[in-house]
Ligand binder design. Structure first.
Ligand code: MG
Length: 492
């Protein structure tokens, strides 16, 4: 897929002319669509983006987040895109960050349970935590705490903090009192680019560093979600996640586990840090580098479709192309970048617009035009009515099947796509960025949509009336913004 849904309507493809069946040249219908259509299609691909935009504009009262107005807090709190950025004792800008996850790294709950039961339900992970942090601070590191706290999420613009949020903030005050050194703390409440393993909070910390560039190679991040297998130390379970490790990889900083940093040996050393060589750890979550990308497969498929167009032109017939694939498998990108230039008009629908869509498809096919239906189309029921329409209009029906074998890839693309605007903004050179201008992310397609698709999926068959069935092998393309490739090549 290309970087974005809007990207699929890149200028090149929409302005291309293509021969129609009578041999003259016509602009594809999408070429006529102006910016309004682009926005509409953007909204339809990010189905919840409209409501997100609405939420964003609904900040209540003075528009200042409740956390920022908290009375008597030791921490100065600000909020950007559902991320709390707190500072204690006005930390000075520094070229090196010593950054830490919070839960399971700096602190633990007191008992044998997962979530804290009150603001007081915590203790330091190791008795040396305050001393080690102070030593790092004295050596010129800026101390940064980076924590996912999805459970504290509240409605944007809500005037009051939830009970759990208040307990969390009280706890951070207690920790600050005991650490007693300046630090910055970031808390991600939402599932956006600021949520680890995405590296947004690292970039935010850099942006809040007085314009001083951060030496990432000589900075580091410590976390307990390191993807270690069961029994990595006798008797312990596997790590619940590898999100801290993947976060450090995404941010491009060395990674340590709490065991390596907070132990008596590190503390006993009179020598200044650095810490020991980080251990070798592996990440099990999907990364695009595991894909075998066959760039030739795409041009082969396009050549096949061009042949179909030539045949249809000879016979003065229309063509129906039905795309079959999970959300975020690259259907719309393919449709825009490859089928658009061949003269295909694109149709997408939801349950409400199906009848309207069928009528429009019928009209186009009867007139001998080329049509692509860009929906997930998982089974014969969803495909059948279109194939029937095509048959009645004397048009050829073709199915193109997308990435049904790579659910992990679809998930990756889905999250990537939802976070792309934030990723682009936050990965820019930072002297041009401002925290309050971080864009809002799009909601990803919910997991249930993938589940439903794969549950319903039956592969298209010639017996359904298809004259050809092609397999589309995923090939990423970043026509619109080549720099998006680096953002795609991350852990999500
Ligand atoms: Mg943790």
């Amino acid at each position: 897929m290309t970087a974005t849904k809007p990207g699929k309507r890149n200028h090149e493809s929409t302005s291309m002319s293509s021969p129609n069946k009578s041999g003259s040249s016509k602009k594809i219908s999408r070429a006529d669509s102006g910016k309004g259509t682009q926005q509409k299609s953007l909204n339809s691909f990010f189905k919840t983006s409209g409501s997100d935009a609405k939420k964003a504009s609904q900040a209540t009262g003075d528009g200042v987040a409740a956390v920022c107005k908290r009375k008597g807090s030791l921490i100065q709190w600000r909020e950007f895109e559902q991320t709390w950025l707190g500072t204690f004792k006005s930390p000075e800008p520094a070229t090196k960050f010593a950054a830490f996850d919070l839960d399971g790294t700096l602190i633990n709950v007191k008992g044998n349970w997962v979530h804290p039961k009150s603001a007081n339900d915590w203790r330091f992970y190791h008795k040396q935590v305050p001393a080690v942090l102070r030593r790092m601070y004295d050596q010129g590191y800026k101390i940064v705490i980076i924590s996912n706290q999805n459970g504290l999420r509240q409605i944007k613009g809500a005037p009051k903090l939830t009970k759990r949020s208040v307990e969390y903030l009280d706890k951070i005050d207690q920790i600050a009192r005991l650490l007693d050194i300046p630090f910055t703390i970031l808390t991600a409440l939402d599932k956006n680019y600021m949520r680890k393993p995405s590296p947004g909070m690292w970039f935010m910390a850099e942006m809040d560093n007085g314009g001083l560039e951060v030496d990432r190679v000589n900075s580091f991040f410590v976390g307990d979600a390191a993807g270690r297998p069961a029994g990595w130390r006798p008797g312990v379970a596997e790590d619940f996640s590898d999100s801290d490790l993947a976060f450090a990889r995404n941010a491009g900083v060395p990674f340590y586990t709490p065991e390596e940093v907070f132990n008596d040996a590190v503390f006993a050393k009179e020598e200044p840090l650095p810490l020991p060589e980080p251990q070798q750890l592996s990440i099990s979550r999907f990364h695009p580098s595991s894909l075998v990308i066959d760039n030739g497969s795409l041009s082969d498929l396009v050549a096949e479709l061009e042949t179909e167009v030539i045949l249809a032109q000879k016979e003065s017939k229309g063509i129906l192309v039905i795309l079959v694939g999970p959300p975020a498998s690259g259907k719309s990108t393919f449709s825009g970048n490859q089928l658009g230039p061949l003269g295909f008009e694109q149709f997408a629908m939801d349950a409400k617009t199906r009848k309207k869509c069928e009528a429009a498809v019928k009209e186009a096919l009867v007139a001998g035009r080329y049509v692509v239906v860009d929906n997930t189309n998982p089974d014969e029921t969803t495909r059948g009515s279109f194939v029937k329409i095509a048959a009645a209009a004397g048009a050829r029906s073709i199915a193109v099947v997308f990435g049904c074998e790579t659910r992990e890839l679809a998930n990756h693309n889905n999250v990537y796509r939802s976070q792309l605007l934030q990723a682009r903004y936050l990965s820019k050179p930072y002297d041009s960025k401002q925290l309050h201008l971080i864009p809002t992310n799009f909601s990803p397609v919910p997991p249930v949509a993938f589940h439903t698709f794969f549950k319903r999926l039956t592969m298209p068959n010639e017996s359904e009336g298809f004259s050809k069935i092609f397999q589309h092998v995923f090939v990423p393309s970043f026509l619109r913004l080549p720099s998006d490739e680096a953002l795609w090549n991350q852990y999500y």
